[in-house]
Design a protein. Structure first.
Length: 307
């Protein structure tokens, strides 16, 4: 993910909550109304991404968390007002990149007020949500401690299948995590001071010795894909196959015959195939409960509903 073009695609996918006067999404929706939108974003990314090289993973995570609550409507970007918004829910407290998005959004607004641009190859024409609820975020966003049954249910609720679960989990090939997101696996898995037996014992020992030295360590960061966190590759699935997935949700992929088979298939395939499959899954996720026509609004600022 070091190529700025990769960051550009991820940023487009997250930033632009877009306007529509039609009831359907379509490819090239803004070709005429705001033809410079993508170039504005690309220029900003090329100019500034070297100062924030680790933003790719947080931006993918932000998009994921947004889509699982009321659909892909930018509701995760809203600040809390009289009611606590999604942004302040526990799963989102470690989400980063909001300022980066706000800065690009302001440039696009200056060029074309109320207009955004395309997400990967996803048809555009979606609008921003006006409701953002902390409680919904807590209950609907898949968590690192969820088992395969819960994960499958949460994905099904969004119209996604087991293949999407495996592919989107592949985003863990980049980025980092706080120890507290998985330290129970090391120190108190069943509440009896034990270790998760599904976690490779040598990997667990390494984590306890050199990284998360106690269960309450809430400052140390750990690579989700050791030695490969800055490269979007197949290494994550290799770690999972060796029982070295960092989260319970990673280990869960081996607890279902379908997901386990998909992990093996990805490892046996090419990197190009993984890229294509991952992109297709991101596109499916990007169409969850999209708002078009007169639904929602076109926010002037990402963090605030229009007054």
């Amino acid at each position: 993910m070091r190529n700025p073009n990769h960051y550009f695609k991820v940023l487009i996918l997250c930033i632009l909550a877009v306007a529509s006067t039609h009831a359907q999404l379509q490819l090239g929706f803004y070709t005429k109304s705001c033809p410079k939108a993508e170039q504005i974003i690309a220029n900003f990314v090329h100019e500034h991404i070297h100062n924030a090289p680790s933003l790719a993973a947080p931006l993918i995570r932000m998009h994921f968390h947004d889509c699982f609550v009321r659909g892909c409507d930018g509701s995760v970007l809203l600040n809390s007002t009289t009611k606590q918004a999604e942004k302040d829910a526990p799963p989102n407290l470690t989400v980063r990149g909001f300022d980066f998005i706000d800065r690009v959004k302001s440039l696009v607004e200056a060029e074309c007020p109320g207009v955004g641009g395309p997400y990967w190859k996803v048809p555009t024409g979606r609008r921003d949500g006006v409701i953002s609820n902390l409680v919904e975020a807590r209950s609907q966003i898949p968590a690192p401690f969820h088992n395969i049954t819960v994960l499958q249910k949460l994905f099904q609720d969004q119209g996604l299948g087991l293949k999407d679960l495996v592919l989107l989990s592949g985003a863990h090939t980049i980025g980092i995590s706080l120890c507290t997101s998985f330290s129970n696996r090391l120190y108190n898995f069943t509440g009896k001071g034990d270790q998760d037996p599904s976690l490779d014992s040598a990997y667990a020992k390494n984590l306890k010795t050199f990284k998360c030295k106690n269960i309450n360590d809430n400052t140390t960061m750990v690579e989700m894909d050791p030695g490969s966190r800055k490269t979007f590759d197949l290494s994550y699935y290799n770690q999972v196959s060796k029982r070295r997935g960092l989260f319970e949700s990673d280990a869960a992929l081996l607890n279902n015959p379908v997901t386990k088979s998909l992990v093996i298939q990805l490892l046996q395939g090419s990197l190009e195939n993984f890229y294509a499959e991952f992109a297709a899954s991101i596109e499916r996720m990007g169409q969850i409960k999209v708002k078009t026509g007169s639904e929602g609004e076109i926010r002037k600022h990402c963090a605030f509903v229009n007054s």
